[in-house]
Structure formats: structure tokens, C-alpha cells
Design a protein around this ligand. Structure first.
Ligand code: ADP
Length: 571
């Protein structure tokens, strides 16, 4: 039971390398219970024991007082009864004669009375059957006191002491604690007023036995209470400790690297505070798992990105090196071959330059170094000029490039050169992937919420459904055999998406193989407003992989491959 609480031992501060953090567990000190459950049980037990220790003596004491009072009253009643009966016998015996008489200056008891008391064993009878106590009877003359009350003046010479000799019943004991009880009789007699004082002491009582029985019962009840307390306390403590044990287990699993570890909170056990703690812990664990996931994803993406960059740069460098080696050989002496190799080298160097520019652009966009210059301008101008820049290429390829723009200005807050880059890239791709005689159509219109929708549609080759979710990935190029696909860098759409993201817009694509592709960019009326309303969402969006991040929707409208629609995960 001690185990869970012991995990709270000192931790090592070791954080070197990738090693999971270790927890040092000190062995528990043997005499001190360290678990919450044990401590709670002992605390319960302690409280019950203390209560019993305080209450039991008081109860026994009060009962003793009560019984003593009862016995005292009983002894007094017995004394009075004994006195009354003795008087009755004495009066019957003496008749009109004196009970006590003075002889030779000394008080004497009537011989008949004396014989009744001693020889006839009346006193024995009274002590052993009626009083059940040692009996002392003192006789004396009676006289009126100043208040006119008849009082006895007991004579020490007329004292009769009879000890109790009757056998006690099972529960009776001599009880010296009881104070002796006195009963006085003072009577007027024709011969001489007389009186006697009856004293009962050291009686038989069942007080001690009753008290012992009650104390024993109390002791048994206390033991039973302690036992119940132990069972109840350990059950309650177990119930209290269970959520904490679960929390400790989950923490241990988390420390061991199981980031999916959570504490069960729905079973309703545990106090509200522990429940809240468990929920907070789960929230913390979920955040940790999410953060580690993001870091891992970022790390994987960076690794892939680096590999892709190396690969992309190697091709033009290798080609250039080959041309230089050729130029150093006999081919360098042939003017025609030299011109051809130098031209080819220039093309490769242009490609290298272009790649480097794109990479720089993408890394600046990604790292947040690029700040948009947002101005409330008319989008129509931006779209028109971006399209016009591509017109020469379209004409060269024999592609009909058209634009449809509304008559009224489409004024939204945007970074015109960057948006021009988006449209230019999309139109450039559309021309690139559309065969001669095809069409590329660009349009822009106002959205119901005040934003702007820009569409770039072509009648080109289309994109295979399996490729659709990946086209926004860096360095991703379509695999279908098409001469145009051999050219690009695979960075264009990644840059487009980054710029759209920075505008808090969305980009989606619909495509049907052999029929064409349509890219739709939707921009909000004021990206600055959205950024201040939702900065964390923006940050998060930047971290997600480009294919599945918010702001991208892929749609394959191919009638044969409808299963790959809408954001299918990257293969
Ligand atoms: P690239 O430099 O290769 O054009 P992009 O990132 O711009 O890189 O595009 C990625 C891939 O998306 C392209 O290689 C191509 O397969 C596909 N793609 C982009 N636009 C179109 C389009 N209009 N029609 C068909 N395929 C397209």
C-alpha cells in the first residue's frame, strides 16, 4: 500500500541527451507509514481511540456515582426499616415497662429486651435478612430538646454490634465505600422516654459487580468500534487514495515517455478537488502531447525539406560541373560546342538562382520575417496586372487567357505585390499544365461577407486524385508523364499557400483528370482584424503540414475516383 506515495521521492536533475528523466525512489522509513491510505487509516483509528479514551472513564465514573447513590439510599431505607421493626418488637416485649432504666446511676436495658435482641437473636435476624449489613444498635434515654422535639442520647454502655454473617449471593460484595446509614427512634414511655440509634455499615451490594460488567461491556464495544473504524477507515482511505494512485501511475507513465497516458475521471470516485486536479492534469498532458507532436512533425518536415533541398540543388550543380569538365576537354576548342555548353550552364545557373530565390522566399514566409504590407486597395488591379505578366507566355503557348472582373471596385485590405505573386503563380501553373489550344480563365468577385473570391481555371491535364492532397507540399511535383512537369521546383504552390495563410484566407482546388483544374482563393475583407481576433490560430496554422493545414481544400471532381475527395490524408 505504501508504493504509490513513495514515488514522490527526490527526482534526478538529469536531462542530458534524449534519456527519459529518471525518478529516484528512496525506500520508506520502516516505522512511519508513508502512503496516504495508511496515514488516513491510522488517523481514523487515532480519533476513535482518543474519543473512547476520553469518553469511557467519564461514563464509568458517572455510573459509579449513580450506583453508589442508589446503594446509599437503599441502605438508608434498610436502616429505617430495621429501626421500625426492632421498635415494634421491643414495644411488644416491654408493654408498659421501661425499655431503659437507671440503676446505680447507670442506664440498664430491660432484660427482656436484651434477651430478645441477643438470646432470641433478633439482631442477627435483622442484620442477615433485613439490613444485609453490619448492624449497630445503641440505646439511650430520650428527652425533649429546646425545640420540644424528643431526641435520644445514646449510651455507649448499651451498644449492640452484630456483624453480617449471611452468605452473599453471586453478584454481592461487601461495600465499605457506602457511608454508614443511621436511623433514630425516640419514643415516650410511661416509665421512661427511650430511644435507639440504628446504624448499618459495610453492606452487601452488587455495585462493584454491575460496574465491572458494564466496564467489560464498554471495553468490548470499544474494541468493536475500533475494528469497525479500521475497516471503514481503510475502505474510505482506499476510495480517497484511488484517484491519487491513478494520477501517480499516469504521471509515471508520462515520465516514461507514454504521452498518451491520461487519468480516468468519469467514474466519479474521489473528491471534487482531486477530480479537478485530474482534469487539469489531463489537459496538461494533452497539451504536452500536442506540443511534442508538433515539434516532431516540424522536425520530420525539416528533415524531409533539407533532403529535398539537397536533391534539388545537386541536379543543376552536377550538370554545370559536367559542362565545365567537357569545356576543359577537346570540346572546349570547338566554338559551336563551347557556345552550347556555356548556354546550357547558364540555364542551370539560372535554375539554381531561381531555386535559391524560392527557398529564401519560402523560409522568410515560414519564419514570419515577411510582414504583409496591408492596404485597402482594389483587388481588380492586382489580378489584372498579374495576368498581364503571363500573357506573353500564354500567347507563346497558344492558350486563350481571359479575365472576368466586376465593374465595381473590389476593395479589401491586402498586400498587392504578394497577392500578385499568388495569382501569377496560379496562372503560370495553369498555362504550364494546359496544352496548346487550351483555355485559362481568371475571375474575381465579391463574397457575401465582404471578402473576395479569385478563381483560376484551366482546361488542362488536371491533377490525379491521389496527388491532389500533396500539391501544396514543398518540392512536390506531379508524377504523371507530362513534359511540363519536368520543369518546376515544386515550391510554387507552397509559397502561394503561405501567402494566402498570411492573409487569413483559404485556398482550394478542384480537378478532373483530362478536363482541367480550378484553384479558388478566398480572402477576408480585413486580414488585420482576423489576426487580432485569432492570433493563436494563425500561429498554429503556420506549423501544420502544408497539405492538410487549414485554408486548403482539395477536391477531385473525377467521376471515377470520387473516394479521394476533400482533404484525403497524405499518402
Ligand atoms: P511546380 O513548380 O512544379 O509547378 P507547384 O508547387 O506550383 O510546383 O505545383 C506542384 C504540382 O501541382 C505541380 O508539379 C503539378 O503536378 C500540380 N499542379 C499545379 N497546378 C496545376 C494545374 N493548373 N494543372 C495541373 N497540375 C497542376
Amino acid at each position: 500500500m505504501d508504493e504509490p506515495a513513495d514515488t514522490g521521492g527526490a527526482r534526478t536533475a538529469e536531462t542530458r541527451g534524449q534519456e527519459p528523466r529518471r525518478w529516484e525512489v528512496h525506500p520508506p522509513r520502516p516505522s512511519v507509514p508513508r502512503s496516504f491510505q495508511n496515514r488516513l487509516t491510522i488517523a481514523f483509528l487515532g480519533i476513535v481511540a482518543l474519543t473512547l479514551a476520553l469518553v469511557a472513564p467519564v461514563v464509568v465514573n458517572r455510573l459509579d456515582d449513580f450506583f453508589r447513590q442508589q446503594e446509599q439510599q437503599a441502605l438508608q431505607a434498610h436502616a429505617e426499616a430495621t429501626a421500625a421493626i426492632l421498635e415494634r418488637f421491643i414495644v411488644d416485649t416491654v408493654g408498659t415497662k421501661a425499655v431503659v432504666a437507671e440503676m446505680n446511676g447507670k442506664l440498664e436495658l430491660n432484660p427482656a429486651v436484651k434477651s430478645l435482641l441477643t438470646t432470641d437473636r433478633l439482631l442477627d435476624l435483622a442484620a442477615n435478612t433485613l439490613a444485609l449489613a453490619d448492624l449497630t444498635v445503641e440505646f439511650g434515654a430520650a428527652r425533649l430538646d429546646t425545640d420540644g422535639v424528643l431526641v435520644v442520647n445514646p449510651d455507649p454502655g448499651l451498644t449492640f454490634v452484630t456483624l453480617l454473617t449471611a452468605t452473599a449471593t453471586l453478584d454481592q460484595r461487601r461495600d465499605p465505600v457506602i457511608t454508614p446509614a443511621h436511623a433514630t427512634v425516640a419514643r415516650t414511655n410511661m416509665a421512661r422516654d427511650w430511644g435507639m440509634e440504628v446504624t448499618l455499615s459495610n453492606p452487601y451490594t452488587s455495585r462493584a459487580r454491575t460496574l465491572a460488567a458494564i466496564t467489560g461491556l464498554l471495553l468490548a464495544m470499544a474494541m468493536a468500534a475500533m475494528l469497525i473504524a479500521v475497516i471503514a477507515a481503510s475502505l474510505i482511505a482506499h476510495r480517497f487514495a484511488q484517484p491519487i494512485i491513478r494520477l501517480t501511475d499516469a504521471s509515471r507513465r508520462l515520465a516514461e515517455g507514454n504521452l498518451a497516458s491520461r487519468v480516468a475521471t468519469e467514474d466519479g470516485t474521489g473528491t471534487l478537488e482531486v477530480q479537478v486536479l485530474a482534469e487539469q492534469w489531463n489537459t496538461m498532458a494533452a497539451r504536452l502531447e500536442e506540443s511534442v507532436g508538433i515539434i516532431r512533425r516540424d522536425r520530420d518536415l525539416s528533415r524531409d525539406f533539407l533532403a529535398d533541398v539537397s536533391h534539388e540543388l545537386r541536379t543543376p550543380i552536377a550538370a554545370t560541373r559536367t559542362f565545365i569538365e567537357l569545356l576543359q576537354g577537346p570540346a572546349g576548342l570547338d566554338p559551336a560546342a563551347r557556345t552550347e555548353f556555356l548556354d546550357a550552364s547558364a540555364v542551370q545557373l539560372d535554375r539554381l538562382d531561381w531555386l535559391a530565390q524560392n527557398l529564401l522566399e519560402l523560409s522568410k514566409l515560414d519564419s514570419g520575417l515577411v510582414l504583409l504590407d496591408l492596404r485597402p486597395d482594389d483587388v481588380r488591379g492586382t489580378v489584372e496586372s498579374a495576368v498581364e505578366q503571363q500573357r506573353t507566355m500564354a500567347e507563346r503557348k497558344g492558350i486563350a487567357l481571359s479575365v472576368t472582373l466586376p465593374d465595381r471596385p473590389l476593395r479589401i485590405s491586402h498586400d498587392s505585390p504578394r497577392l500578385g505573386q499568388v495569382v501569377g503563380n496560379l496562372v503560370g501553373n495553369a498555362i504550364k499544365f494546359t496544352p496548346r489550344g487550351g483555355e485559362v480563365h481568371v475571375s474575381a468577385k465579391r463574397e457575401a461577407d465582404g471578402g473576395v473570391r479569385i478563381e483560376v481555371a484551366d482546361s488542362g491535364a488536371g491533377i490525379h486524385p491521389a496527388e491532389l492532397p500533396r500539391i501544396f507540399e514543398r518540392f512536390y511535383r506531379g508524377s504523371a508523364a507530362n513534359e511540363a512537369r519536368g520543369t518546376g521546383s515544386g515550391l510554387g504552390l507552397a509559397i502561394v499557400k503561405s501567402i494566402v495563410d498570411m492573409h487569413h484566407g483559404t485556398i482550394s482546388v478542384e480537378s478532373r483528370v483530362g478536363h482541367g483544374t480550378r484553384f479558388t482563393v478566398v480572402l477576408p475583407r480585413d486580414p488585420g482584424e482576423m489576426a487580432s481576433a485569432d492570433p493563436p490560430a494563425r500561429r498554429q496554422r503556420r506549423r501544420k503540414p502544408p497539405t492538410t493545414g487549414s485554408g486548403v481544400k482539395v477536391d477531385d471532381s473525377s467521376p471515377t475516383l470520387s473516394s479521394a475527395r476533400n482533404g484525403a490524408p497524405s499518402p
